[in-house]
Every structure is written in C-alpha cells, then in structure tokens.
Design a protein around this ligand. Sequence first.
Ligand code: AHG
Ligand code: MN
Ligand code: MN
Length: 339
Amino acid sequence: MPFAEIITLEQFIVDQQSLYKDADGSLSRIFRSIELATKIVNRDVRKAGLVDILGNHGGTNTHGEEQKKLDVIANDIFIAALSKSGEVSVVISEENDDPIFVEGAEEEKYIVAIDPLDGSSNIDVNASIGTIFSIYRRPSNSKMVTVEDCLQKGKHQVAAGYVIYGSSTMLVYTTGLGVNGFTLDDSIQEFCLSHPNIQTPTTGKVFSINEGNYADFPDGVKAYIDYCKEKDASTNRPYGARYIGSLIADFHRNLLKGGIFMYPPTEKTPKGKLRLMYECNPMAFIVEQAGGMASTGVERILDVKPTDLHQRAPIFIGSTEMVEKALEMLNHPEIAVTN
Ligand code: AHG
Ligand code: MN
Ligand code: MN
C-alpha cells in the first residue's frame, strides 16, 4: 500500500474524535492502551510453541473453566495497560471474580469489560483466538465507582471491539459510528485501516453452532438447524456449517461474509454459555453497527439488564434475515420444514 494511503488506527481515532462534540481525548487514551496491550499479546501469541506459554496454568477462572497460560498472560497485560491509561476507574474481566478497581482512578469516567483471550481451547492447536473489549461511561456522580455502575445494558456501550489473532492480526471496533477493521502490519507494528465501514450482508450461506449439543437444544433451535440443512434452491439451502469454537473467529467470518452464529440454551446450560458482558454485548453492538442483529431468542441482546457481572446469555447473532428466521422458528418450531 502506498505510504500516502495508509491510515493508522491512531490517526483514524484522532480524526473520528472531531465528530464528537464533547470528546476530550479520554477515549483515545484508552484505545492507545488497548492497542499497546494487543501488540504485546500478539507478540506472545505468535511465540506460542516456541516459549513456555502453551498449556494449562493450573487454576480455574470464575466460571469454573480451566485457565490456559495465555489466558492469564493476556489478562495481566490488558489490566495493566488499562490501569495505566489513567482514564479507567474499573476493569471487569471474564477471568476475575471481582471487579478490579484501579487505585487512584476511582473517580475516572470509564469502565472497561474484557475477555482477554477468547477461544482458549484453540491456543494449543494453532487455531484463531481473540480478545474482546467493551467500554462504558460511569453513570454515577459518586466519588467511588461501584459494582452497580458496571451492570449497564449493552446499549449504553460507548465503544466495543475485538482483536483476532488469525492468519493476520486484526482489530475491529465501533464507537457507534459504523464498524472499521485494521490489520496489523508486522513490519511497522501499526494497525492500518484495511476494512473501512464494514457492512454485514443481510443474509448469508453459513450457520455456526456447536451441533454436538443438538439433542439438548429447544425444539425451535432444532427446527432452525434442520431448515439450514434442508435443500431449497430458491433460498440457497443447504447452508454451509462452519464452527471453530472461537466466538471471535466464527463471528468475524460471518460478519464479513454473512451468516448466523448461535449459542442457544441447552438443558445443561439453560442460559447458554457465552457471557453477556464480555462476549454477547460487544459483539451485539458491533453487529448492529454493521447492519446485523443480535438476540437472546427473546429480546435484543443490548436491552438485557445485567444483574451479575458474569451472567450468561443465549445468543443468535449475524445477518438480519437469518436471525429473524431463526427467531421465527424458535417461537414456532412446527413451521420448520417449509419456508
Ligand atoms: P473463552 O475461551 O473466552 O472461554 O470462550 C470460549 C467460548 C467462545 O469463544 C466459543 O464460541 C464457545 O466458547 C465454544 O463453546 P463450545 O466448545 O461449547 O462450543
Ligand atoms: Mn470468550
Ligand atoms: Mn476468555
């Protein structure tokens, strides 16, 4: 790419700031911290296998899941970077039971939620993994930030994004003015605008779900899966099935190409598996900004009022027409076989 055409993430954020009337640079400073943390995690991810960072850490996180070493490394890096930004009063993380109140910054106006390493089960097998972040403004005027301040509906996010450590490393984010994607140019260690104004197709040919759980899905979900696999030339069915087990990788593919990702409730996990604050909300904000849709099956993801920092939510997310069809069938499984 000719030098004159390169737009770095930093440049892009500065330019976008001028579109907000009360921007004071705080959000840019948070983004700078996230960008730096991302580059450090990226370096470590790329070295996985060469140095001793593969495998289990030995502990479990707040969800009772085994922590991988990279989970812990990425968590520490992001918390340190966000704490040092000087703009964040509290960080909540999928990996920590309790919020991390930043010493000396309790009055600062931003709250950040992170899934530092998404798709951990893929680390040891060299498949794509990611990082997810979500930023809220602190609502209360009290001096000290509280847990209640963190329990905001997803529609109040001021920014959300993800990083995918894939065949290349990309950062995709929104501040409510559309979705833009940046690819890390390793040679200059800069994220460069590569996917401006991402719009997700209104429909697609891919459905992504852990079909191994089929027997445990509600009838409506079973009906929709059957519909996806049914032959019908007029609607381009059967759809292709794609599921890698990293939300970020599955979501990113569907965002660019069109498709639906589902993690429904099952008998074992009546609220699904994915975490509302660290996974569902940021993805829902991004997909809506790209023209797509995200629902729990009952309501818009961004309208769910969290009652617990670590609560889970079922999710149906992706191309609008596909999500709408899934929701229709969820509520009427008997209409499964015909259009
Ligand atoms: P994490 O690695 O942050 O715990 O997230 C894993 C999540 C998500 O990335 C993925 O979509 C889902 O778990 C896969 O779950 P199953 O293995 O149950 O399909
Ligand atoms: Mn995750
Ligand atoms: Mn994780």
